[in-house]
Design a protein around this ligand. Structure first.
Ligand code: ZN
Length: 337
């Protein structure tokens, strides 16, 4: 599983045993390679010295090979040349295994494996995209996925909020399904909707008990941006939507949907779904945080300067929710829009 998830198969071929390599066709007709094991020839790496394939004479001396082994030597060398092209000997994971074969110290090996795997994850989040696609039965293009990843680091000046956006995207929060996988219990939704496969997509979007929360948000955002936003996960959760307006709108849109996700995680493990009022209160908190963290206000902080073009957010929200609950938010937007 780890080999597949981190695409290590090719990189680890050099530490595969020659006699048991299913891709090495000579094995199918010649059992002679198995007899080499008793002579100390195990992995392809064991046939090398300082990264170079040993000569036949050298192998004769080191491993007691016979003249009749010469043809096998040519076959295995040809296979090695193919593998060598795929191998990065400095790859952190390959290096751990190679060190082990060289009987080097295995001190801190767990930390090294973890660090090595993490370094791979930071460069490739495709496995996360695949999980969202599978759970939500949707398609996310590479271009959209890149945009989603980038917007987590662009949407705010606050480090904690950026980190939060990233955590939602990479599925950091533990769901009943994950818990059940480790503890063997049931993966039932904690909102008691009766769903027994409560994965990330269900908790964040698919659960019938969060439907009205997202529907309300959809209504507010569609009015706010004066456009008919698609009522779908990829728009309101992942933020895939081309507003076709100025950058400030995109920025505000990202902030508002991040606040929506925050409202959901604040009610993690709780039976009641979040409310629109909670969402508004989080938008206020973010606004305050933006003011504090962008001092002096950066050019990026459009929230401090303006909002979606051609709309009147204070009036829109005042009509909908009443002034009392929104004093802070209204003041904010009245002052800066
Ligand atoms: Zn549910």
């Amino acid at each position: 599983m780890i080999k597949d998830e981190y695409k290590l198969s090719n990189k680890l071929q050099i530490i595969q045993w020659c006699a048991y390599d299913p891709e090495f066709k000579a094995n199918a007709i010649d059992k002679g390679f198995k007899s080499w094991i008793s002579k100390g020839i195990t992995t392809y790496y064991s046939l090398t010295e300082k990264g170079q394939f040993k000569s036949f004479n050298r192998l004769k001396e080191d491993c007691d090979l016979d003249r009749t082994d010469f043809f096998r030597f040519l076959q295995v060398r040809s296979r090695f040349e193919h593998i060598r092209k795929e191998t990065d000997l400095n790859d952190p994971i390959s290096k751990i295994f190679i060190d082990a074969y060289q009987r080097k110290s295995n001190k801190g090996v767990i930390a090294r494996i973890y660090k090595g795997l993490l370094s791979k994850k930071s460069h490739n989040t495709d496995y996360v995209r695949t999980k969202w696609e599978r759970e939500g039965n949707l398609l996310i293009s590479e271009e959209d996925w890149l945009h989603i990843c980038q917007s987590q680091w662009k949407c705010t000046s606050s480090h904690s909020l950026r980190e939060f956006g990233w955590k939602c995207m990479v599925r950091f929060f533990i769901t009943p399904k994950q818990k059940a996988h480790f503890t063997g219990g049931e993966a039932t939704c904690w909102r008691q909707c009766g769903h027994r496969e409560a994965n990330h997509w269900h908790i964040f979007w698919g659960c019938p008990l969060v439907e009205s929360f997202w529907a309300e948000l959809h209504k507010v955002l569609s009015g706010l941006f004066n456009t008919n936003l698609p009522m779908q996960f990829s728009t309101l959760f992942l933020g895939i939507f081309d507003l076709q307006v100025r950058k400030a709108d995109e920025y505000l849109f990202d902030i508002l949907i991040t606040a929506g996700k925050k409202a959901l995680t604040r009610r993690w493990l709780l039976p009641d779904p979040p409310t629109t009022q909670e969402w508004i209160s989080i938008v206020n908190d973010i606004y305050l945080m933006e003011r504090i963290t962008s001092s002096p206000p950066s050019k990026k902080s459009h929230l401090l300067k303006g909002g979606p073009s051609g709309l009147n957010m204070p009036v829109l929200i005042r009509q909908k929710y009443g002034m009392g609950d929104l004093t802070m938010l209204l003041l904010t937007f009245i002052l800066f829009f």
